[in-house]
Write a protein that binds this ligand. Structure first.
Ligand SMILES: [Mg+2]
Length: 215
């Protein structure tokens, strides 16, 4: 079986952009606004482009802030990921990360866990005058149905199992890009997602059990 994982609130127990906003010392009001935008995107209320663009502008981060974020994210890696990394029949070769987050912090975190660089797809920041001002809008992942497009482009052998907490993860199943969708609830439990999932897991031990039973 091929496994596709989401990053934020799945592989790590947090939303990276929320942490980045805290690092940048944005006011509580702005931090709440960012969380609100994250959630609107997560339930499919606003487009991915809108969600990213609004949050990037509010955060107004520098590359130095990103370095601080990466160090912080190491401590947010789900401890149970070890269950998956020990599964040598699929890890790392058959495990992919497809995230609407950003490669600049996702790559170092995922490489530390042991994921292959070539199996990681995410958005990319655009910098100007030492500030993150936008994201690369030419990447397939930066668009609506981005995860669906990216997974289809990988042309992976079936069955494929998607694991995530948000709407874009569920969408991969709804659009037929994957065969199974596991609603991942360790960090956040969303009724809308859970109700539509093939299975619900609250840690990676449960995920491994599902893979063994269905692989
Ligand atoms: Mg997520």
């Amino acid at each position: 079986m091929n496994i596709v994982l989401d990053f934020d609130s799945t592989l790590i127990q947090a939303e990276s952009l929320d942490i980045l906003a805290a690092i940048c010392n944005r006011s509580k009001t702005i931090q709440e606004e960012i969380k609100h935008i994250t959630n609107l995107g997560m339930i499919g209320e606003i487009s991915i482009q809108e969600s990213l663009s609004q949050r990037i502008k509010l955060i107004n981060a520098t590359p130095a802030d990103l370095s601080e974020l990466i160090v912080k994210l190491f401590s947010f890696i789900s401890p149970s990921i070890v269950a998956l990394t020990k599964m040598k029949s699929i890890f790392p070769k058959n495990c992919y990360i497809v995230s609407g987050g950003f490669l600049e912090y996702i790559m170092p975190v995922c490489k530390r866990i042991g994921f292959l660089e070539s199996n990681i797809i995410a958005n990319q920041f655009v910098l100007k005058d030492n500030t993150i001002i936008d994201f690369n809008r030419s990447l397939p992942i930066a668009h609506n149905m981005g995860k669906v497009k990216v997974i289809n482009e990988f042309q992976l052998a079936r069955p494929i199992c998607m694991i995530g907490d948000g709407y874009t993860d569920l969408e991969a199943k709804l659009e037929g890009a994957v065969d199974y969708f596991i609603g991942y609830t360790e960090t956040v439990y969303r009724d809308y997602i859970v109700e539509r999932a093939d299975a619900v897991c609250s840690d990676f031990y449960e995920v491994v059990k599902f893979i063994k039973e269905n692989g």
